[in-house]
Design a protein around this ligand. Structure first.
Ligand code: PBG
Length: 332
């Protein structure tokens, strides 16, 4: 009796029998070169301090950041993405500190690029670490985020990052039209080579909660971000967003968060064939880490499975707080 007339001549388990034949048929392989390491930075003398919502992740001052960069370079991680913790005294309604040419991010970029010129530096273009209200844009008198006024500040912010040597600016704000506006401004300032990594499909997600503590915007945030970040229920809208970013001049598209949105990675990659990144966000990290800490998951296997899943879904690059560990695991 058999289920199929080919049985038992067709046996898929034959190829799974030994590591050599599993290796030969493996379709996706995670490499350190796929990874981008997001790093939280702060001003001051203290080298580093822990972030309680993200066990194992610290904020670093510039000296500490250079140590991290050295590790990243030696592990063949191509780029860091910088996120600032801004002194609460510098936060204002208009986020003036966001485009200070001598602010924390420009300072950090200059020292990174002078010490490790080959390491890619990606900066976050958004106002939330700098606003007293914790929103990514400027709030008007009726409580709405003013799209076009916000873009004017984002342009200044992106230009200050590019001028300090940032290789890639990554607008994470979700204002309409900001990719095109930033591209035009960069080009007008002789920064044609500055790449734009567009957070094209960024969802209004609960999984950002630990990050908001890390950059110190959690306590400030009034309301939510649903008027600019996407509804997690939508998929076609992600293609619409990504299409606009392609048209406006994005060099690379990003989907964020990662694990609940594998279908979006797949659709965006299939539709545009563009360089595509995914952001495994703070809540995804915290979720894995806490399960590991409670002895519920084997860390290395679980993390590599998730990261490989991103590649299978179509991601070329992965932002992950696990970048250093993952790079050393796949190299060993
Ligand atoms: C905001 C920003 C967020 C993240 C990156 N940039 C949070 C938010 O939109 O509130 C989240 C990253 C993470 O959770 O790891 N500009």
């Amino acid at each position: 009796m058999s289920f199929d007339t080919n049985f038992p001549t067709k046996r898929l388990r034959r190829m799974r029998r030994d590591e050599f034949s599993r290796a030969l048929m493996r379709e996706n392989v995670l490499m350190p070169e796929d990874l981008i390491y997001p790093v939280f930075i702060m001003d001051g003398k203290k080298k580093s301090e822990p972030i309680s919502s993200m066990p194992g992740i610290n904020r670093h001052n510039i000296e500490g950041l250079l140590k991290i960069a050295e590790q990243a370079v030696s592990l063949h991680i191509p780029a860091l993405a910088l996120f600032p913790y801004i002194d609460p005294d510098l936060k204002t309604e208009e986020a003036t500190e966001a485009w200070n040419p001598d602010g924390l991010i420009p300072k950090a970029v200059r020292s990174l690029k002078s010490t490790f010129p080959e390491l890619g530096v990606i900066t976050d273009v958004a106002l939330d670490p700098y606003t007293s209200h914790g929103q990514d844009g400027l709030v008007d008198s009726s409580g709405h985020i003013n799209n076009d006024e916000t873009i004017k500040i984002l342009i200044k912010q992106a230009l200050s990052h590019a001028a300090s040597g940032a290789d890639m600016v990554a607008p994470s704000d979700m204002m309409d039209g900001r990719i095109g506006a930033i591209r035009l401004a960069l080009d007008a300032h002789n920064q044609q080579h500055t790449r734009i990594l567009a957070y094209s499909a960024k969802y209004a997600s609960a999984f950002y909660a630990p990050f908001r503590e890390a950059v110190g915007s959690a306590k400030n945030l009034r309301g939510n971000k649903k008027t600019y970040q996407m509804d997690p229920a939508n998929s076609n809208e992600a293609l619409w967003e990504a299409g606009l970013d392609v048209h406006e001049g994005a060099d690379m598209l990003m989907i964020k968060p990662g694990m609940p949105y594998l279908d979006i990675i797949w659709r965006v990659k299939q539709t545009f064939s563009m360089p595509t990144a995914v952001y495994q966000v703070s809540g995804e990290y915290a979720m894995l880490k806490s399960a590991v800490q409670q002895g519920m998951l084997p860390e290395k296997e679980a993390v590599l499975e998730v990261l490989t899943g991103f590649k299978r879904a179509g991601a070329d690059a992965i932002l992950t707080y696990y970048a250093l560990e993952a790079a050393s695991w796949v190299r060993s």
